[in-house]
Design a protein around this ligand. Sequence first.
Ligand code: PML
Length: 249
Amino acid sequence: MYKELFSIKIRTSKEGKHISGNERIVPKNKINETVFKLLERQKNKDFDFSNIKIEKLKVNPEIVEKTLKIETLFFSNYNEAKKYAIKLLNQIVNLPENQLESIIGLLYEGAAPDGSNMRGAMLVNTDGKRVEIDKFKGVRTVLVDYVDREKIEKKLLDNGFTTRTADALALTTKNMLHPKIIAEFCISDDPDYTTGYISTKDKYIRLSPLKLEGLNKGGRVYFIQSDADLTDIYNFLQKTPVLIKDIDL
Ligand code: PML
């Protein structure tokens, strides 16, 4: 059933600055229409470079029945949501709240060494240390998609969620499959998208709003056990394909 699958990655930038990136995993007969849809998604963006890479999967994907369970919490302002997030992370990651506040605070200022957004996620272990290999690049979760993305996007949109939810939910569901990744915190780098999330091993908790409207900073922190093997984490996130069958509403 899943023979001959291809990963299609599209990355778009302007003057060297990343604008958007997307990935799909599809059978060979869906490549053309998928590339077209990806191009459609970015046609109104202001870009000067776009790269499409199509690559046959080298290994069979891990098939996952359902995503993490989706929950949405609304707050009167982003500070309240952030406080809630920190308290929850404190229970899971066991780091002091003030330390969690500083770690997460980096995403609101630009977590790369020059104050820009990182391209991938920060990795923070349960000793509170940042352990990603490259502090500009961070770690990117790739090779993850839905078996039938159209069906899933429709289901999400019909229930008041967004296509961003579809992308983030797939990505974080893959992250949480790794036994040493215990939680994730995310705010979008899109200044107009203020809903962020925390993921735990079984829940995708959307917090709205988790940042101020207009802020163009954002990114992700993956919290990992301090005895985690970094090579294993990088290999899983970057080389193991995962396909998800359905969402858990
Ligand atoms: C949601 O609405 O479910 C949260 C999505 C966060 C998207 C983060 C991003 O822009 O990558």
